[in-house]
Ligand binder design. Sequence first.
Ligand SMILES: Nc1nc2c(ncn2[C@@H]2O[C@H](COP(=O)(O)OP(=O)(O)O)[C@@H](O)[C@H]2O)c(=O)[nH]1
Ligand SMILES: [Mg+2]
Ligand SMILES: [Zn+2]
Length: 297
Amino acid sequence: MIQSDTLYKIVDSLSDGYVVCNLDTKETTLAKIRKSVVYKKGNILIGDIVTLDDQNNINDVVERKNFLLRPRIANIDSVLILMSVKEPNYSTYLIDKFLLTVNVSNVEPIVVFTKIDLLTCDEEQNFKKQVEYYESIGYKVFLTSNKNEHSKEELIKYIKNKTICVMGQTGVGKSSLLNTFSNDLNFTEGSYDMKNLNRGKHITKKVIFRKFFDGFIADTPGFSSFELEFDKQTIATNFPGFHKYLHYCKFRDCLHLTCDAKICKIKDEFSKDEIYKLHYENYLKILSEVKENKKWK
Ligand SMILES: Nc1nc2c(ncn2[C@@H]2O[C@H](COP(=O)(O)OP(=O)(O)O)[C@@H](O)[C@H]2O)c(=O)[nH]1
Ligand SMILES: [Mg+2]
Ligand SMILES: [Zn+2]
C-alpha cells in the first residue's frame, strides 16, 4: 500500500537495498526492494524516483525522464564529460563518442577538461583549437585544475541546483573534481597509475549520488571502451556538430559519406579545416565500429 505520495530518489545501492532521499525533506533512509516491482519495472537505476510503502519497501517507480546505460543512471539534467588533457592524454575520439551517447539520451552534455596544469605552452596551442571547436558547435566547455581553485567557480555556478553525473575514463579526475566542489561530498579518489588500476585500488566502483546545493551530483566508475547500443542512422543524426547541417542533406537517412555537396552538407562542412577533418575521422571510426556489431546488420 502506498503510505503517501512522498517521492524518494535512489541515491546509493547497498547489498540489501537502496539508500533513498526524500525529495521534500532531503533526509535519507534505507529502502528495500519488493521482487514484484523489479519484475514489473526492470532493474532499478540509481537516480530513479520511487514511492515507498509503510514498511519502506519500494512500491513504485516513476517513469524516467531519461537514462544512460554507461554509467547506469536515471533522471539527470546534465552530464559532465570529463577528459584530462594529460595522464591520460585527451582523446577527441572519446569525447565525440561520449557526446554522441549523451545526445542520444537527450541529456545536456558539458565538456570538462581536467588537469590543465599539466599542459606545456607548446601543447596549449593545439589544445585551445579543440576547446574552440567544441564551443563553436554549441557545447559548454570548462577547463579545471586541482592546482587552481578558481578554475572551478564558473562550473559550480553553472551546475549547482541541477542533478548532475560525471562520465569519463578512470583516472581523469572525476572523484577529485567533485570533492573540490564541497568538503561534504567525499567521493573515493584513486591515482593515475595503471598498476593500481589493474588491482582495482581506490577506484570508484559504483554510481552514487550526493546532495549538492538544491540538486544532486553523482560520481561514477570510469570506462573508456564501450560498444554502442544504437544503429548507424542514430549516429549520423546525433554525432556532435552535425545537428545544424542535418536539414541541408538531401536525404533524411543520409550517412554523410558522399562528397557531393548538393547531396550532403555535412561531408562538405567537415572538410573545411584540419580540426573538422579530425572530427569527421572520429565519426567514420565510430560508424565503422557499429558495422562490426552483429546486433545491427
Ligand atoms: N596534476 C593534476 N592531477 C590531478 C588533477 N585532478 C586529479 N588529479 C589526479 O588524478 C588521479 C586520479 O584522480 P581521480 O579523481 O581518482 O580520478 P577518477 O578515476 O576519474 O575518479 C589522482 O592521482 C589525482 O590526484 C588535476 O587537476 N591536476
Ligand atoms: Mg573515481
Ligand atoms: Zn549528409
